[in-house]
Write a protein that binds this ligand. Sequence first.
Ligand SMILES: [Zn+2]
Length: 344
Amino acid sequence: MSNTTRGILERLQNGNVLGAEGYVFELERRGYIKAGPYVPEVVLDFPDAVKELHREFLRAGCEVMVALTYYAHREKLKDVGRENDLERMNRQAVRLANEVAREGDALVAGNICNTWAYDPNNPQESGKIVRAMYEEQLAWAVEEGIDFVIAETNDYLGESLIALEVIKKLGLPAMVTLASVQAEKTRDGYDYVEACKILADHGADIVGLNCDRGPATMLPLIEKIRSTVSCYVAAQPVPYRTTQQALTFESLALSNGERAFPLALEPFLLNRFEMADFARQAKAIGVNYIGICCGGAPHYVRAMAEAIGRSVPASKYSPAMELHPMLGVQVEEKDKVFLTDWKS
Ligand SMILES: [Zn+2]
């Protein structure tokens, strides 16, 4: 556990908490995770790569190091023949998050997610399998030291309620953020706003949405959630230009009609200023935990931190465009001569 005296709830009480995720996407881009299965083998194979990304997010102002246990569960590890590495991978992920959290003043979050094992037509039996997976992952995480748990990208309210129960049994603060792949409802038929209300009523400390949607299509839903629940609210969108026609990054199409997700999304990337705008808007509507998901990278996080009034370690190298040899001179009347000289 990180050496902090203030836990997640105390920090949220005092103001916004800035988060950052998208580890799997970014480490895939860097060549350490295989797209397709998306299992975080990097935790065991290249631990320094994981630590470096944690550190970059930390320097950019992220206050929560999320242990890279996303998809480090039994169902997914079977797919890549590493089921025997399950415990080692989970423990190591939490250790790496702790090591970097201690370099700053960050918290460590355990992380569980959708399992692909939950069957809404057989919630009792499939729920037992899901529960066992969450229990074993979080038991290891607790032993290695975590401050709270983020259960995320659940498509089913039923599955997220199991996650919540397991977290609360451990006596830890619970942040539960749903996937919002469909237009209005979870895959088991609950309106996203209603689903968040049910989670809050069952004791979730923080509810909201992460992944799938860019700011443009996530914020309207988040606003409704904010006005419906009284607990803390989290929003961690993807930095992509989703629209009313394509609500999620999974539905974005390239000009040739092909699906852009997940490997050809670059044409839809937002820039850092747009993510900074998202952070400002989220803060203005009362979102407590503001972050970013798949596609996220440190430059976005720094811009978001600065947008909500913070100066962070990486701010030392924030843009100073007035010093740019070409662009900077355009703002100074006296330098216009210089620009002319340069062109001639
Ligand atoms: Zn994501």
